[in-house]
Design a protein around this ligand. Structure first.
Ligand SMILES: Nc1ncnc2c1ncn2[C@@H]1O[C@H](COP(=O)(O)OP(=O)(O)O)[C@@H](O)[C@H]1O
Ligand SMILES: [Mg+2]
Length: 324
């Protein structure tokens, strides 16, 4: 185990690679992933002004905070929340990037109405696309439209590393990463390659989705990524015709789970036709109907996330290397 100061994490990427190579050479070892992660009590960085001003990320210069938007389960509206949260943060005056790490089912291009291919000035580093004041990048922009990304783990994580290291994001206050569902290789890779400021967990109010959300939270806690909070999506159904409210999937489950797990509750997003239509048309509701209750719900989540970022790194721990 090697404990170093948080600012030095980037310097230890080579050590991690060497550690992996050394373990791989042992007989009987079929695969190894060394994770450079953080260690809790006793190794906390002092909260000096210099420490607070220091960018949190490793390997993405100019990006102040990287946040993973995750869920244990697919189809709970993670990408919808990621896109609208990103846009809501731009409306709060933040410089925001959105990276689509769902390399098996990228949906950011559709949600933002992005077409065409990202440009590269030098043939290596990709320029992010720009939309609604947001910078965005997705593996979906690099693959042909109908090509499914049927990749083995190492190829998939290779593509992800490329997205993390070869995009000219420029100066950003926040980079949101739309994660694939579940708790697999990609999650481990993201947690390993970049110092996440935290994770936002999206869940519907149902027990089964919350069970998956708990799994997601447990995974981030294991790699010592702070949980910024839970968003309850599809919380209340609001009839677009009469405004009547109905709790189709139950209500309040995420708030109760957040309280039980000791994580912040970030807010409820209603189930509303305009959210689905905006997603399908590439015109998210946060932009097209900023005064609607739906857009306000996303703004409220963004305000809570922004407040947490402004409060600074919460006792950002020093990293250590663990084998999994
Ligand atoms: N709050 C909501 N109201 C209405 N439709 C929603 C809402 N959240 C998500 N959807 C729709 O549900 C489907 C799944 O959402 P998506 O964001 O792709 O989920 P995930 O990224 O978790 O797989 C999409 O068709 C999306 O438009
Ligand atoms: Mg998605």
């Amino acid at each position: 185990m090697i404990e170093v100061a948080p600012a030095d994490v980037g310097r230890y990427a080579g050590v991690r690679d060497q550690a992996e190579a050394a373990v791989r050479r042992l007989s009987g070892v079929s695969g190894v992933t060394a994770v450079l992660t953080a260690h809790g009590e006793g190794a906390q960085a002092p909260k000096t002004p210099a420490a607070q001003a220091r960018p949190h990320s490793q390997g993405i210069p100019g990006v102040k905070a990287i946040i993973a938007v995750a869920s244990g389960k697919g189809g709970v509206g993670k990408s919808t929340v990621a896109v609208n949260l990103a846009l809501a943060l731009t409306r709060l005056g933040k410089r925001v990037g959105l990276m689509d790490a769902d390399i098996y089912g990228p949906s950011v291009p559709q949600l933002l109405g992005l077409t065409g291919r990202p440009q590269s000035k030098d043939g290596k580093i990709l320029e992010p696309m720009q939309r609604h004041g947001l910078k965005a990048m997705s593996i979906g922009l690099l693959l042909s439209r109908d090509a499914p990304a049927v990749w083995r783990g190492p190829v998939a994580t290779g593509a992800l590393n490329q997205l993390l290291t070869q995009v000219a994001w420029g100066e950003l206050d926040v980079l949101l990463i739309d994660m694939p569902p579940g708790t697999g290789d990609i999650h481990l890779s993201v947690a390993q390659r970049v110092a996440l400021a935290g994770a936002v967990i999206v869940s519907t109010p149902q027990d089964i989705a919350l069970l998956d959300a708990r799994r997601g939270i447990a995974m981030f806690r294991k790699v010592e990524v702070p949980i910024l909070g839970i968003v309850e999506n599809m919380s209340t159904y609001i009839c677009p015709n009469c405004g009547h409210e109905e709790h189709l999937f139950g209500h309040g489950g995420a708030r109760a789970t957040a309280a039980e797990l000791g994580t912040p509750f970030l807010g409820e997003i209603p189930l509303h036709l305009s959210i689905r239509e905006g997603s399908d048309e590439g015109t998210p509701v946060t932009i097209t109907a900023p005064d609607s209750p739906q857009a306000k719900a996303f703004m409220a989540v963004a305000e809570r996330v922004a407040a947490q970022l402004e409060a600074g790194p919460v006792n950002k721990p020093a990293p250590r290397i663990v084998f999994v």
